[in-house]
Write a protein that binds this ligand. Structure first.
Ligand SMILES: Nc1ncnc2c1ncn2[C@@H]1O[C@H](COP(=O)(O)OP(=O)(O)OP(=O)(O)O)[C@@H](O)[C@H]1O
Length: 242
């Protein structure tokens, strides 16, 4: 059965286990266009596994994932990889930048991999680094960046190819609390102002205040959903003109 038309991303009854350890035990949810969804829950509740299934990194053992009314769960690994490269952005807990590349080259990777010219990829990466308050880091190597600066470069990399959906898996868990809060605000403001649908996992409740809706997972199941009204604006998230 096809998913509701108004959801960009939709899952139905997702199940996933690592060997005998169940991680998802029937998760169904939808994410609307431009919505910022926070996935909350204690450690081990299945947040990372859910984001990996929704983004096509993992194939669910049972259940369905739909993106823009197209089935993701039935795609081959190569087609899912292509989808991730072109339509999705991923921000991990740790930025995992390529140490040999400069910040702008790291940020430009999705465009360079897609065959974009060096000049255009550099321009787009520079614009994103500027918006994320990291424009002065263009030529820096990852080893010279603070964790928060490196995460800003990783956020630019997730947004540079204008994805439809950005997934962020505990993007501030490795940062100092204050820096983490700033980085999260910048990320969500950037996604909002560019209309990017966003799914953020967080067990620290940091994302909850900035999201439109919060889904709480416990033991691989949805335990609750809270909708924030009125919907937060980009200005609520960040004072930068992202
Ligand atoms: N590679 C793995 N091998 C075995 N078990 C795993 C693996 N990854 C996750 N798990 C288990 O699956 C369950 C869900 O893990 P998951 O990482 O999805 O939860 P999480 O909510 O993201 O946790 P955290 O907040 O600690 O990142 C947990 O019981 C976890 O121990």
């Amino acid at each position: 059965m096809a998913p509701p038309d108004n959801d960009v991303l939709f899952s139905r009854s997702l199940h996933y286990s690592y060997g005998t350890t169940p991680a998802l035990a029937g998760v169904s949810l939808g994410v609307g266009e431009g919505e910022v969804l926070a996935v909350d829950g204690p450690r081990g509740s299945g947040k990372t596994t859910l984001l990996r299934c929704l983004s096509g990194q993992l194939k669910p053992e049972q259940g369905e994932v739909w993106f823009n009314s197209g089935a993701v769960h039935t795609l081959s690994a190569a087609r899912r990889e292509r989808l991730r490269l072109t339509r999705f952005g991923w921000i991990d807990t740790r930025p995992e930048l390529v140490p040999e590349l400069r910040a702008w080259e790291n940020a430009a990777l999705p465009l360079l991999l897609a065959g974009e010219s060096h000049r255009r990829a550099r321009k787009a990466a520079g614009e994103w680094l500027d918006r994320l308050d990291a424009g002065d880091l263009m030529k820096a190597r990852p080893r010279s960046l603070t964790p928060a600066q490196a995460q800003r470069v990783a956020i630019a990399r997730a947004l540079v190819h204008e994805p439809a959906v950005v997934f962020a898996d505990e993007p501030t868990a490795a940062l100092h609390t204050m820096e983490g809060a700033q980085v999260l605000r910048t990320l969500i403001a950037a996604c909002r102002s560019h209309g990017v649908t966003t799914v953020v996992a967080s067990h620290l409740h940091q994302a909850v205040d900035l999201a439109d809706r919060v889904v709480t997972l416990v033991d691989g199941r949805v335990r609750g959903t809270a909708v924030r009204t009125p919907r937060p604006t980009a200005e609520d998230s960040c004072s930068l003109s992202v």
